[in-house]
Design a protein around this ligand. Structure first.
Ligand code: HEC
Ligand code: HEC
Ligand code: HEC
Ligand code: HEC
Ligand code: HEC
Ligand code: HEC
Ligand code: HEC
Ligand code: HEC
Ligand code: HEC
Ligand code: HEC
Length: 329
C-alpha cells in the first residue's frame, strides 16, 4: 500500500514538475514529444530577419506586429514570428528540412491541422466557436486560405485579398455568377458582403448562416416582413426561399421564377387553389394549365404582365387589413 502510494505520489510530482517546466519554456507546451520541433528553441525575430528581411519589414504593418512587439500579453506573443511559425532554432541550423518550421502554404507541407492549431491557440471560441466540424474545416481549408497575416493586403481582417467578397469569390465562382444576374443583393456594389449573411468560420445552422434559420436572417434586415400579420401567406412564414433566391436571379426582385409562373407553381389555374386569369384576356376563362403559350401567347392579358397576379394580390407577404384574406389589400 505504502509503496503504491509513494509511487503515485512520485508520478504526480513528475507531472506537476513537467507542467511547471513547460510553463517556464514558452512555445514548447503545444508540441508533442515526437514532434520534429520538440527540442527547438525560440531565437527571436531579429535572427529570422537576417534571412527573411522582406517578410520582417512587411509584417511590421500588421495588427499582430503592433500587439506582439509593443504590448505582448504573454511569452507566446513576445516570440513574435515564432508565435505562429513555432520555435526556429533547428530551422535556422538546417533550412532545408521542412519539418523544422511551420509553413502556411501547400508546398511547404505542414499538416493543415497543425497550421490551424497555431492560430487557434489564440483565436478559438468567439466567432470560431463552431469552426470544428464546420464545412470549411472538414473541407480542410486552412486559416491562411482566407487570411494572410504577413502583410496588410486588406483594410480589415488581415485577408488574402483586398476585401471579403473577393476573398470568398476566389473559390466560389458559381456564387460570383449569381451576383451578376439582373436582380441581386447589392454585393457587387459593395453595399453588402458575403459575411453579412454567412460566418465563414462556422455556425450553428446550415450553410454557415449567421442566423438560426433563413427567415431569421432575412428579417434581420427586412424587419417589416416579420409581421405579425392578421392574414399570413403560408409559404412566406415557412421559408423566404420558396419564392426568392438569396443571391441573385434573372427574374425581378430576386424571384426564383417570373410571375405568374411563380404563383402557378403552387396555385393551379383551376380548382380551389386559384382561378383562371390567363388565356383569352378574360378573368374566368378556364385554362387548364399555365404554359408560356396560354399566358404569353396572343395578346397578353394586361393583368398578367408586370406584377401579374400582384396587380390584385398586392400584399403577398401578409396582410393586416381585416378584409385582406386574399392579400388584395
Ligand atoms: C539562416 C537563414 C534563415 C534563418 C535564420 C531563418 N530562416 Fe526561414 N528559411 C530560410 C530558407 C533558406 C528557407 C527555405 C526557403 C525555400 O526553400 O523556399 C526558409 C523557409 C522558411 C519558411 C517556409 C517558407 C514557405 O515557403 O512556406 C518559414 C515559414 C520560415 N523560413 C520562417 C522563419 C522564421 C520564423 C525564422 C526565425 C525563427 C526563420 N525562418 C529563420 C532561411 C532562414
Ligand atoms: C500571425 C501569425 C504569423 C506571424 C506572427 C508571422 N507569420 Fe509568417 N506566415 C504566416 C502565414 C499564415 C503565412 C502564409 C501566408 C500566405 O498565405 O502566403 C506566412 C508566411 C511566411 C513566410 C513564407 C513566405 C511568405 O511571405 O509567404 C515566411 C518566410 C514567413 N512567414 C516568415 C515570418 C517572419 C520572419 C515573421 C516575423 C517577422 C513572421 N513570419 C510572422 C503567419 C505568421
Ligand atoms: C499568440 C497569439 C496569436 C496567434 C498565434 C495568432 N494571433 Fe491573430 N491576433 C492576436 C492578437 C493579440 C490580435 C489583435 C487583437 C486585437 O486587436 O484585439 C490578433 C488579430 C488577428 C486578426 C484581426 C486583425 C484585424 O485587423 O482585426 C486576424 C484576422 C488574425 N489575428 C488571424 C490570425 C491567424 C490567421 C493566425 C494564424 C496564422 C493568427 N491570427 C495567430 C493573437 C494571435
Ligand atoms: C473561408 C474564409 C475564412 C477562413 C477559412 C478563416 N477565416 Fe477568419 N475571417 C474571414 C473573414 C471574411 C473575416 C472578417 C474580416 C472583416 O471583418 O473584415 C474573418 C475574421 C477573422 C478574425 C477577426 C475577427 C474576429 O473574429 O475576431 C479572426 C481573429 C480570424 N478571422 C481568425 C481565423 C482563424 C484562426 C481561422 C482558422 C481556424 C480563420 N479565421 C479561417 C474569413 C475566413
Ligand atoms: C479556399 C477556397 C474557399 C474559400 C476562399 C471560401 N470557401 Fe466557402 N467553401 C469552400 C469549399 C471547398 C466548400 C464545400 C464545397 C462547396 O459547397 O462548394 C465551401 C462551402 C461553403 C458554403 C456552403 C456551406 C454548406 O453547408 O453547404 C458557404 C455558405 C461558404 N462556403 C461560404 C464562404 C464564404 C462566405 C467565404 C468567404 C468569407 C468562403 N466561403 C470562402 C471553399 C472555399
Ligand atoms: C443576403 C444574404 C446572403 C449573402 C449576402 C450571401 N449569401 Fe450565400 N446564401 C444565403 C442563403 C440564405 C443561402 C441558402 C441557404 C439554404 O439553402 O438554406 C446561401 C447559400 C450559399 C452557398 C451554398 C450553395 C448555394 O448556393 O445554395 C454558398 C456556397 C454561398 N451561399 C456563398 C456565398 C458567397 C461566396 C457570398 C458572397 C459572394 C454569399 N454567399 C453572399 C445568403 C446570402
Ligand atoms: C444584411 C442585410 C440583408 C439581409 C440579411 C437580407 N437582405 Fe435583402 N436586401 C438588403 C438590401 C440592402 C437590399 C437592397 C435594397 C435597395 O437597393 O433598395 C435588399 C434587397 C432585397 C430584395 C429586392 C431586390 C430587388 O431587386 O429590388 C429582396 C427580394 C430581398 N432583399 C430579399 C431578401 C431575402 C429573401 C433575404 C434572406 C435570404 C434577405 N433579403 C436578406 C439587405 C439584406
Ligand atoms: C409566395 C412567394 C414569396 C415569398 C415566400 C416571399 N416573397 Fe418576398 N416577394 C414576393 C414577390 C412576388 C415580390 C415582388 C413584389 C412586388 O413586385 O410588389 C417580393 C418582393 C420582396 C421584396 C422587395 C419589395 C418589398 O416588398 O420590399 C423583399 C425585400 C422581399 N420580398 C422579402 C421577402 C422576405 C424577407 C421573405 C421571407 C420572410 C419573402 N420575401 C418571402 C414573393 C414572395
Ligand atoms: C410555395 C407555394 C406557394 C407559392 C409560390 C405561392 N403560394 Fe399562395 N398560398 C400557398 C399556400 C399553401 C396558401 C394557403 C392555402 C390555404 O390556406 O388553403 C396560399 C394562399 C394564397 C392566397 C389566399 C387564398 C386562400 O384560399 O386563403 C392567395 C390569394 C395566394 N396564396 C396568392 C398567391 C400569389 C399571388 C402568389 C404569387 C405571387 C402565390 N400565392 C405564391 C402557397 C403558395
Ligand atoms: C384581376 C384581379 C386578379 C388577378 C390578376 C388575380 N386574382 Fe386571384 N383573386 C382575385 C379575386 C377577386 C379573388 C377572390 C377573392 C375573394 O373571394 O374574396 C381571387 C382569389 C384568389 C385565390 C383564392 C382562391 C379561392 O378559391 O378563394 C387565389 C389562390 C388566387 N386568387 C391566386 C391568384 C393567382 C396565382 C393569380 C395570378 C396567376 C391571381 N390570383 C391573379 C383577383 C385576381
Amino acid at each position: 500500500m505504502g509503496i503504491i502510494q509513494s509511487v503515485s505520489f512520485l508520478r504526480l510530482s513528475a507531472i506537476i514538475a513537467a507542467a511547471l517546466l513547460s510553463c517556464l519554456m514558452p512555445g514548447r507546451e503545444a508540441l508533442a514529444d515526437n514532434d520534429p520541433m520538440a527540442n527547438a528553441r525560440i531565437i527571436g525575430e531579429k535572427r529570422c530577419g537576417e534571412c527573411h528581411d522582406t517578410e520582417l519589414s512587411l509584417f511590421g504593418h500588421t495588427q499582430h506586429a503592433r500587439v506582439f512587439r509593443e504590448n505582448p500579453r504573454n511569452e507566446t506573443e513576445k516570440a513574435v514570428c515564432e508565435a505562429c511559425h513555432g520555435p526556429g532554432s533547428l530551422h535556422a541550423a538546417d533550412t532545408k528540412d521542412k519539418t523544422k518550421i511551420i509553413g502556411f502554404d501547400k508546398e511547404w507541407g505542414t499538416p493543415i491541422e497543425k497550421q490551424n492549431g497555431q492560430c487557434l491557440t489564440c483565436h478559438s471560441g468567439g466567432q470560431r466557436l463552431h469552426w470544428p466540424g464546420s464545412i470549411h474545416a472538414t473541407q480542410k481549408l486552412a486559416c491562411s486560405d482566407c487570411h494572410n497575416p504577413m502583410a496588410r493586403f486588406s483594410a480589415n481582417g488581415l485577408l488574402k485579398k483586398a476585401g471579403i467578397t473577393e476573398t470568398c469569390q476566389s473559390c466560389h465562382q458559381q456564387q460570383r455568377a449569381e451576383f451578376r444576374k439582373k436582380s441581386h443583393m447589392p454585393v457587387p456594389e459593395g453595399k453588402m458582403t458575403c459575411e453579412d449573411c454567412h460566418n465563414p468560420h462556422g455556425s450553428s445552422s446550415k450553410r454557415l448562416l449567421k442566423a438560426d434559420s433563413v427567415n431569421e436572417l432575412c428579417y434581420s434586415c427586412h424587419a417589416e416582413k416579420r409581421g405579425p400579420f392578421i392574414w399570413e401567406h403560408a409559404p412566406v412564414r415557412e421559408n423566404c426561399l420558396n419564392c426568392h433566391s438569396p443571391h441573385g436571379s434573372n427574374a425581378d426582385k430576386l424571384l426564383i421564377q417570373p410571375r405568374p409562373f411563380l404563383c402557378a407553381g403552387c396555385h393551379s389555374t383551376t380548382g380551389t387553389m386559384g382561378h383562371a386569369v390567363w388565356g383569352n384576356n378574360t378573368l374566368g376563362n378556364n385554362a387548364s394549365a399555365v404554359t408560356a403559350t396560354n399566358v404569353l401567347g396572343g395578346t397578353p392579358n394586361k393583368r398578367m404582365t408586370g406584377r401579374s397576379c400582384q396587380n390584385c394580390h398586392s400584399t403577398i407577404h401578409g396582410s393586416n387589413s381585416p378584409s385582406g384574406a386574399r392579400f388584395q389589400r
